[in-house]
Design a protein. Structure first.
Length: 395
């Protein structure tokens, strides 16, 4: 593994001096350049006005599209800025012209917000939902997916990295199957962006959504939607405003070209600039370097947790990510979270409702989720494990 400059990472992350943060899959600690960018823009708005500040910083706002395009290896015209990964995912999903009898293929680990959309479109339009079973490692079975392909399949929609199980689904191989069969492919990369390399050319996805607040370390209320240019112009967003379209005459309108047809006019320019800075910051480290560091720390954490009596690791998959899930026999995950919070250690809890198909199949009500990032260090992992060990002993 490449040598990592942990001193720089922690120096540029003010939050490291106040808390042991293992909730990066929820919202990571922002680095100093992002914080400064937000503060600078807020002051500018206060001094000169909101519209005027946005115009003054137009180059920084435009840079968000170039940064996202570099992160994903695509054209900036294929990028839309959205206020959340869910909104971006929804804008893509609800633009697809589903008809009665169409089929959506998805996985066992699909996130609640996405599955709610499947259920709604199924109820409204008579679309069928087919769930692809996992293979023996716990990731989506490519063989089972291939066997489900029929002329009725309109969409393959997959969560790249689930919220609750540590695995990285084989997104590239799924993309190959989708492309081979001419099926639209929607990839939820909410937990993937910022912790693993993403290349939409290799992924062969038609849509990809992610948030700014998680592993990219950007502000809340920011996200990106990628829409492949070859499908973009054939899709009409579920709703329009003056950003997405132009009112060309009294009874006519024209939809904007490119992925920006999926945007809304009203945004938070400061947060948008902050997301651009966060993406540039991640790229300055190098996504391969970040991926190696995160996976090494997660591996160390899994190893140390596995030695704790009464602790069950709940991670799945052939290839694992920076999300580590576990529970302690006899202690509710929420109580583990609260006890660690008293020691100034942040983790989160994933509930059954978030990934109901997977959690019900494994008879799990909730899990503790400790998600590492590159600015975490080995001493923090040791302390987290020691605290969890003490909870196990005293239960």
């Amino acid at each position: 593994m490449r040598k990592f400059d942990i001193e720089r990472a922690r120096k540029e992350t003010p939050g490291c001096h106040h808390v042991l943060h293992f909730n990066n899959a929820g919202a990571a600690l922002m680095p100093e350049p992002v914080i400064q960018g937000l503060l600078d823009y807020t002051r500018l708005e206060a001094q000169m006005g909101g519209y005027e500040a946005a115009e003054y910083e137009s180059k920084k706002l435009d840079n968000v599209y170039r940064s996202a395009a570099q992160l994903l290896n695509c054209s900036s015209k294929e990028i839309a800025f959205v206020e959340s990964a869910t909104r971006g995912w929804d804008m893509a999903f609800y633009s697809i012209p589903f008809e009665k009898g169409d089929t959506i293929l998805t996985g066992m680990s699909e996130y609640e917000s996405n599955y709610l959309a499947f259920l709604q479109i199924s109820r409204k339009r008579g679309v069928h939902i087919e769930v692809i079973q996992n293979d023996e490692t716990g990731q989506i079975s490519l063989e089972a997916l291939q066997n489900k392909i029929t002329r009725k399949v309109k969409l393959i929609a997959i969560t790249h990295i689930p919220t609750n199980g540590g695995l990285i689904n084989p997104a590239e191989q799924i993309g190959e199957i989708a492309k081979k069969n001419g099926i639209l492919y929607l990839l939820d990369s909410c937990q993937a962006a910022g912790q693993i390399s993403l290349d939409v050319q290799r992924l062969n996805c038609d849509f990809l959504s992610f948030t700014g607040r998680k592993y990219l370390r950007g502000p809340r209320g920011t996200g990106i939607l990628y829409v492949r240019s070859s499908v973009c112009d054939s899709l009409e967003p579920p709703f329009l405003d003056l950003q997405a379209a132009e009112w060309t005459s009294v009874d006519q309108f024209s939809i904007s070209p490119g992925a920006q047809r999926f945007e809304q006019w009203e945004t938070n320019p400061g947060a948008k600039i902050g997301l651009g800075i966060a993406m540039d910051y991640a790229l300055s480290w190098g996504m391969t370097v970040i991926e190696e560091r995160v996976q090494a720390l997660a591996s160390k954490l899994r190893t140390q947790l596995s030695d704790i009596k009464g602790l069950r690791l709940r991670d799945l998959g052939l290839k694992k990510c920076g999300i580590v899930t576990f529970d302690l026999i006899g202690i509710e995950p929420s109580k583990v979270k609260d006890a660690l919070a008293k020691q100034n250690i942040n983790i989160s809890v994933s509930m059954k409702r978030y990934t109901r198909l997977d959690m019900e199949a494994r008879a799990i009500e909730a899990v503790c989720r400790a998600s590492v990032h590159y600015y975490n260090n080995e001493a923090e992992i040791d302390r987290l494990c020691n605290e969890v060990q003490s909870l196990s002993v005293t239960k």
